[in-house]
Design a protein around this ligand. Structure first.
Ligand code: HEC
Length: 155
């Protein structure tokens, strides 16, 4: 092999190692951040499964304990059971805060669900999940924000 081929191979090899390392540390970071729900991804299906339906490893109550129409009226007039949750969230006005919209596709910072999960100072009522936590971690909230930033698709 001549010197140019050897050099090209060495550079390609080094680049592969760098890319592999970068990919690994990214994956590690996401699951570190979403700790109690390591499988959480920024898709609606994943958020439904890991956040709305599930009491997670930190002891956080499933949202559907209260946001359900089974044997009760959904808290806040918002039903988060799988079949209807998308239609209860995206582009839907808040019942608690006039002018607020629960999920605004492409605009996580102004989506009311994010304010309620972060306990922002502008919310009506209390921080979610109701009852002094454990609240969602920053990483879990970040994944929900990313889904909204991606246009809040029904995926
Ligand atoms: C223990 C019961 C309970 C749990 C668990 C709970 N909520 Fe709520 N939620 C309520 C009640 C009651 C209200 C209405 C009063 C208020 O806004 O504080 C509400 C209101 C809301 C609202 C505002 C709705 C509107 O139209 O103004 C959002 C958004 C919300 N909850 C999201 C969630 C999410 C997401 C979870 C899970 C991470 C969750 N909640 C878990 C009881 C609960």
């Amino acid at each position: 092999m001549n010197i140019r081929t050897a050099l090209r191979r060495a550079i390609l090899g080094a680049a592969t190692v760098v890319f592999a390392l970068a990919a690994t540390s990214c994956d590690e970071k996401l699951s570190d951040l979403t700790g109690p729900t390591p499988n959480l991804q920024p898709t609606f299906t994943s958020i439904q499964q890991e956040i709305f339906n599930t009491t997670d490893a930190s002891g956080r109550l499933a949202c559907t304990n209260c946001h359900s129409n089974v044997g009760r009226n959904p808290s806040g007039g918002m039903n988060l059971l799988g079949a209807v949750s998308y239609a209860n969230l995206v582009g839907v006005a808040s019942t608690g805060k006039p002018g607020a919209v629960r999920v605004i596709p492409g605009d996580p910072d102004n989506s009311y669900i994010i304010h309620k999960l972060q306990g922002s100072s502008d919310i009506a009522g209390v921080r979610m999940p109701r009852g002094n936590g454990p609240f969602l971690t920053d990483g879990q909230i970040l994944v929900i924000k990313r889904w909204i930033a991606n246009g809040a698709p029904n995926n």
